[in-house]
Design a protein around this ligand. Sequence first.
Ligand code: ADP
Length: 274
Amino acid sequence: GEALAVSARVAPLGSRLVLLLVEDLTEARRIEAVRRDFVANVSHELKTPVGALSLLSEAVMDASDDPEAVQRFAGRMQIEATRLTNLVQELIDLSRVQNDDPLEDAEPVRVDELVAEAIDRCRHQAGTKQITMAAGGTADLHVWGNRGQLAAALGNLVENAVNYSPARTRVGIAARRVAAPGGELIELAVTDQGIGISDKDKERIFERFYRVDPARSRATGGTGLGLAIVKHVAASHGGEVTVWSSEGQGSTFTLRLPEAGAARDRTQQQARLD
Ligand code: ADP
């Protein structure tokens, strides 16, 4: 009788364990599939510029008696080489934000400095398109995190805003402090008057290598990794990134990050509890 009672108590536990095990295996299989897709994507993305470079170098050799053609082909080789360099750099950045714990060297980071840096990074591109960049509300705000990663995240958002906007439009960066259940958050909103993003695409743009229009992305030197990097940085800092967009009207990407003061208080509280 007792054995029966015990097994009746253990059986549900056993089936739950089996279920957990099955869920674990399914998750492991899913991760493996994602990894395989990623490697396939990287290979494809690397092959494209390398293939172009190989063809162009042949063209240069064949055109050795036509200096003008040589110039033209050499120019295109330079573009492909830049594309390759960008891709490798973004892959390094992505692997860094995925593997490093950003809070290991977290510090209070001035929002006005982050914003100035992001604007600086796009100044040339914005200038050629006569895009006006303006920032507001950044004074006296500090976020808590890894300076390099935060700069890369905001830089990517501003770069996209410039890249996916027509000439003579405006890109705005607005910062503010907002109250949240876990403490104060700093909200950084990057708004453009660009091409916008459909509802269907909104769900996928944060995936690695996903682009709405691969040709357009490539033309601007895009790799399809920028928003994946932003999403990782936001999550690992205990924040988030969201998008609002209206096709043909523009987009707003909002980065929410823990405020320096609030995050520090939490860490200290945690230390007391430990
Ligand atoms: P990419 O290197 O192609 O810019 P991202 O990961 O940064 O890669 O962005 C993924 C895709 O999301 C882009 O290819 C583009 O289609 C879309 N996108 C990103 N930012 C914007 C924006 N501000 N306006 C319109 N589309 C955007």
